[in-house]
Design a protein around this ligand. Structure first.
Ligand code: B16
Ligand code: MG
Length: 223
């Protein structure tokens, strides 16, 4: 089937917000539990929803918190995170992304944004990319977290395209799994050892052109 749509994750694909999520979780761990949250443990939070991220963090620290207090903790983490990202500028768009997005437009493919983040629109506005996307599906719209494919399937539904004609760009293992669960192709952005389940892995958008995406159909099991 011909590729019709490129679906982009936001955090870690278009802009490196993982470091800001990390700083905010690290601060929470320090101030509330007097513990140090490592960058290695932070990998487990990528692409995962806010509340599930807290659950993972509590599991790592073997801490128990009553359900009603979880909201207070996630609100605090989000307050700090929003403070950090409010200062983001278009300069923080990752290398090669703008050129690749222009290439997608030139090839008349749909462009969708699919993010687990409830701050996705704020972030897109800050970096000036909102107008480029044909549809935006974020954490305020979906109820099920990756690896469930809901966020990607919703994009296909809104654009009225077949999931098999969509290619998802993801930096998280859970995101690659979600794309496959939705019968879509996955291109990993990051480490090829971590994202080895994807059909293709790029270390940066400087290493890909749209033709590479269109050629996926020739070799792939989705055919
Ligand atoms: P928020 P993505 C995800 O965004 C992040 O990777 C993940 O670390 C974060 O916990 C999640 O969004 C929720 O974000 O707290 O802002 O609602 O990678 O799916 O674009
Ligand atoms: Mg991500």
């Amino acid at each position: 089937m011909k590729i019709t749509t490129c679906i982009f994750d936001l955090d870690g694909v278009i802009v490196d917000t993982a470091k800001y999520h990390y700083l905010a979780w690290k601060r929470l761990a320090k101030e509330k539990f007097k513990k140090d949250f490592s960058i290695r443990d932070n990998e487990q939070l990528k692409g995962v929803s806010r509340v599930e991220s807290l659950n993972i963090l509590l599991r790592i620290f073997e801490e128990n918190v009553p359900e009603n207090e979880k909201q207070i903790l996630t609100d605090l983490k989000n307050k700090w995170y929003v403070e950090y990202i409010s200062k983001i500028t278009p300069e923080e768009i990752l290398p090669g992304v703008l050129k690749f997005l222009e290439d997608v437009k030139r090839n008349k493919l749909y462009m969708a944004l699919a993010s687990a983040s409830k701050n996705a629109r704020l972030l897109l506005d800050r970096i000036g990319l909102t107008h480029l996307f044909d549809c935006i599906v974020d954490g305020t719209v979906v109820t099920r977290a990756k690896p469930h494919p809901e966020v990607f399937l919703k994009c296909a539904e809104l654009l009225e395209v077949e999931p098999q004609s969509c290619v998802v760009f993801e930096d998280a293992i859970a995101g690659v799994e979600a794309a496959h669960a939705g019968k879509m192709y996955a291109i990993g952005v990051g480490d090829k050892h971590i994202l080895h389940k994807a059909e293709m892995v790029i270390s940066s958008f400087e290493n890909i052109i749209v033709n590479d995406v269109l050629n996926l159909t020739k070799t792939n099991k989705n055919e």
